[in-house]
Structure formats: C-alpha cells, structure tokens
Design a protein around this ligand. Structure first.
Ligand code: UD1
Length: 425
C-alpha cells in the first residue's frame, strides 16, 4: 500500500516522455500467447498490470524475461486454467479468452477485475466468441470455454464499440479458420496497435482505425519484435496536470492523433497548446481556465479515462462546467474526494455540474481506482497546502514512476508506505 504526499501549488515545468501505452501492452501480451516463436517487445511500461499479465503468461508455460525489452518465449503450454494466476484482478486478462480458445481450444478464466467504475458486463465478448464457434459458460465465478472444432471466422456486429470485445475477437480471429468481420468496432489506440502487432506477426487485417475490421485467420503465428507506442492517456494526464498548476510542460513520445479530443477541449477552456511533429505537445502557461462542457464517448470522442482528470482541472475553472459520463455507469467516485478539497460539484446521475472555485485546498483523500487516483494527484498538485493521496497502488497499476516523473517536473511529491505516511502526514 502506498501513499503520495503532495505539497501543492508549484506550476509544473519541463519535459516528460510518455511511457509505452498500458492498454496496448496488455492487449499485445495476451496476443503474444498466440505466437509459436519468440516475441520481443520494447517500450513496455513498468506498471502493475503488465506484471500481472507477465505472471499469467508464465503460468501458461511461457518464459518471460525483462531486460532492455520484454522477451516472451513459448515453452510447452501446460495450462489453460487461469483461476489462480491473478487474472481476476485486472480487466486486461479477459483477452486470454480469445487467445487461449484460438491456441488451445479451451480456457478457464476468472471473471475479470479492474477499476471499480460501473457494472462492466462482458456479454459482447461472449456473444462474439460464441459466433466464432466457442461454447462459453459461467461456472463458479469463472468463464469456462471450449472450441472443440477450433474457432471459425464469423460476422460480429457489436451493439457498442467495446474496446475489449473488439480486441478479443481480433485475437480469436487471428487463429480462426476463415475471415472475421467486426462491425461497429472500437477505433482506440490499443485496438489499432494490437492490429499492428498481429499484422507484424503475419496476420492480414483490413480496416484498422475504422468501424469495420476484417481479420483473416492463419493456421500458425510465428514471433516478432515490436515497439509499443506512447500512452496517450498518461501523456494527457501530464498535460492536464500542467494546465491545472498553470505551468508549462512538453510531453513527447506520443501519437497526437489519440490526444486530439483532449487538446480540443483544453483549447476550448482557454489553455494554449502547441503540437510539434505530431509526436509532441507543449502546454503553455495559461490563466485560469474557463468552464466547458464535456461528454465522454468512444474514440474519437472524449476519452472516459481522462474524465476524472478534467474534473480536477475544471474544479478551479472560471464559471460552470458540465461533464457527462456516457461510457460507464459508475465513474463519479472521485467527486466525493474532490469535495474534501473544496471543489463545488453537484452530481445528477452520470452528469457532474462543476462550479469552479478560486483554489482547491490540500486534504487527505483516497484513490479508489486508477484514473480517479490520478485525478486526485492532479488536484493535489494544483491545491494550496498538503494533499495526502492514499491508495496509490491503484495509480501504480497504470503509471510508471509517476512520483519521479512529477519530481522531474518540479512537483513537490513523495511516495511513501502507509506506515511512513502516519509520521509524515
Ligand atoms: C478499455 C480500457 C479502459 C477504458 C475503456 C473505454 C483496457 C485494458 N481498458 O476497457 O481503460 O476506460 O476501454 O475506453 O484497454 N460493455 C458491455 N459489454 C461488453 C463489454 C463492454 O456492455 O461485453 C460496456 C462496458 O460496461 C462499458 C463500455 O461498454 O460501459 C465500454 O467498455 P469497453 O470499451 O469494453 O472497455 P474495456 O475494454 O473494458
């Protein structure tokens, strides 16, 4: 258990490089289970969720080592039952459904965990894989699946452009017999990058980044060397933190295409941003932002993962902001913590009405999920006085070295254990 102590009020300053994309890495690590030969990944973020996925691959029989990059060498696959592997702790593990049904024709997977942000059903995953010939059942809290005759290509229409369901069906499609079409597919960074990884492995895919993706299955998939691109959500987090502290930073190493929805909203709030070479964003020192309206949507709409962070920024905007969360039904958990810091936010269902206050004030707060925790860090950086963020282990699931990266940007932060926090805070 860890705690971040933040002495707020210092404008962030300097340059930061985005880590490798968390969600791309998770999808690609699951897809690596399809490969018969060595997979070598670079720019893999050093975060908790990646370590959990590495543990799952090891329990399957893969040799996974971390040097300059991450090497995954297939051994004899000795396991298809992931109930005691930590798979139940994260959402990304759900992608082993498609991977193991494709590779072994059978799987037992605990119902996935991940952030506490709503009901998060998995029906679209199950429907898609069933259409591809899998028999799936929920037994004793586990998903039990078999595909006795192997998976076959299918036409899958998604009621909602679910990121995970699109990925699961793409992964399953890679070893299926024939072509799989996914209509109303997700267009997010991790989906595009998973597709690029599979293509680098020799799988033919059309329509990446569009709403219709076609995957032509192969009999066997070899190995590959692949670099994971910069994390747009992590990059966006630092950009928002700069704006919230009225500082100026440059974030590099990220494809700005995936940051456009955020940059557009920052500019609408009066924050100046400059994009260089499509891979670098500078947030210029800005006055107090203006209140704006945000509605989260599947990409290219405004990303739900940056919603809590924008709420921290808009908590000190001039005037009123309205944020509507349409992707998840329970992603307002950060509001009650922001209240402790003096924010004026009313919540009506999935809509938050934020009346900007001049300043937030430091307080002890609790992170109850990954992005909510990051939002509290941003709020603490901008607040007057000391903020103590408990539950940082949620944040560390997705942000590598956040405390060191913030310190390099002039922030006054210290990461300590729960026991140490008692004496310091
Ligand atoms: C991924 C990201 C997460 C991000 C989300 C949306 C990973 C590991 N996580 O999560 O950070 O917040 O995309 O951008 O990549 N849904 C269903 N049935 C399903 C699947 C999803 O109803 O079978 C619903 C969910 O409950 C949710 C919405 O669809 O309301 C979006 O979920 P989805 O796009 O699947 O997100 P994840 O893949 O879980």
């Amino acid at each position: 258990m860890s705690v971040l102590i933040i002495d707020g009020g210092t404008p962030l300053k300097g340059r930061v490089t985005a880590q490798g994309c968390k969600n791309s890495a998770l999808a690609i690590l699951a897809a690596a289970a399809l490969c018969e030969d060595k997979v070598y990944l670079t720019n893999v973020p050093d975060i908790g969720d990646v370590k959990t996925m590495m543990g799952i691959l090891r329990s399957l029989g893969y040799k996974v080592t971390w040097g300059n990059g991450l090497t995954i060498k297939p051994g004899v696959i000795k396991n298809y039952d992931l109930t005691h592997t930590g798979a139940g702790a994260i959402r990304g593990s759900l992608l082993f459904l498609g991977a193991l049904l494709g590779r072994l024709g059978k799987v037992v997977l605990p119902m996935p965990g991940g952030c506490n942000i709503g009901t998060r059903p998995i029906d679209l995953h199950l429907k898609g894989l069933s259409l591809m010939g899998a028999d799936l059942d929920i037994q004793g809290g586990n998903i039990v699946g078999v595909a006795p005759g192997g998976l076959k290509g299918a036409y899958v229409y998604l009621d909602f452009p679910s990121v995970g369901a699109t990925e699961n069906i793409m992964i399953a499609g890679a070893l299926a017999n024939g072509e799989t079409t996914i209509e109303n597919a997700a267009q997010d960074q991790q989906v595009v990058e998973l597709g690029k990884f599979l293509m680098a492995c020799g799988v033919k895919i059309h329509g990446l980044g569009t709403k219709v993706i076609r995957v032509k299955g192969k009999k066997e998939i070899g190995g590959v060397t692949f670099r994971i691109s910069g994390d747009s959500i992590e990059a966006g987090t630092y950009a928002i933190a700069a704006a919230a502290t009225r500082g100026t930073i440059t974030v590099d190493g990220v494809d700005v295409t995936f940051l456009r929805p955020l940059l557009f909203k920052l500019q609408e709030a009066g924050i100046e941003v400059v994009v260089t070479n499509g891979h670098e964003v500078t947030v210029l020192p800005s006055p107090r932002p203006k209140g704006i309206t945000i509605k989260t949507m599947p990409f290219p709409g405004f990303p739900t993962d940056l919603q809590p962070l924008m709420m921290s920024l808009l908590a000190t905007a001039e005037g009123r902001s309205v944020i509507t969360e349409t992707v998840y039904d329970g992603r307002m958990g950060h509001v009650s913590e922001l209240w402790k810091m003096g924010a004026n936010i009313e919540v009506e269902g999935n809509t938050a009405i934020i009346t900007g206050v001049e300043k937030l004030t430091g307080a002890p707060v609790v992170a109850n999920n990954l992005r909510a925790g990051a939002a509290l860090v941003v709020a603490g950086l901008s607040a007057e006085g000391r903020t103590v963020v408990y539950g940082m282990e949620h944040v560390m699931r997705g942000y590598s070295n956040i405390h060191q990266k913030l310190r390099a940007l002039d922030a006054k932060v210290e990461l300590v254990s729960d026991e140490e926090a008692v004496n310091i805070a």
